[in-house]
Design a protein around this ligand. Sequence first.
Ligand code: ADP
Length: 235
Amino acid sequence: LQQNARQKDDFVAAFTHELKTPMTSILGFADILRSGEVSPATRRTAADYIYHESKRLEALSGNLLALMGLEQQPPQLEAVPLGRVLQSLRRALPQGSPVPTLPRSDAVVLAQPELLCDMLYNLIQNARKATPADGKVEVLLDETPTRLTIRVQDTGCGIPPQELARITEPFYMVDKSRSRRQGGSGLGLALCSRIAQAHGGTLAMESELGKGTTVTVTLPAPNQTAAELAQEEPV
Ligand code: ADP
């Protein structure tokens, strides 16, 4: 119970902080614009800040709503062709992003397709952000009769071992200033991990600093229950 109470306090403190930082910028730059006497260059800078910080707030509230939604109501899962999910993913990702190829064309997954697509989108974007232009991001799919394994693998900056255990906690960021600059607020992996759980699956991270990171998501096959999956050997 104590741990639960502490987690709640941490959550509220982190949320307040994430809200306060963009609000301070927005207020400050709006005040500059209000004063009237500003050069075109300052006006442009102020408008840019207000726009980008508002976008960050919008993403924050969207992620938070999704997270709360998952906690309160488990998603309705349906058997969907994996190809359909990957098609939406391809459309959502920026051009040139890696998208997994299907192990077989009629693979089916028990999922809420939008959530599954969101999860893969987040993982691929995280890997791309962490990886320099000459690095590599790969998405690998492996299917057995009982499970589907999706691996998002990068040769990026990696995550320090002491951070890895907490990385899926809401608002947890490794490099806060870099994460914020890239529009993040530390909710992405928390959401991905909850999405995997809501599908009766798991999300595991392995990483080596300076070498890269692999995120492994395992989902039960449509005819497999979560309990049956848990009894099997981990992949
Ligand atoms: P955000 O929305 O801020 O990106 P996430 O929950 O997605 O937050 O990620 C949490 C932290 O983990 C971030 O600080 C990010 O830098 C780090 N991270 C996530 N994925 C990777 C990766 N593939 N390689 C290195 N660092 C990563």
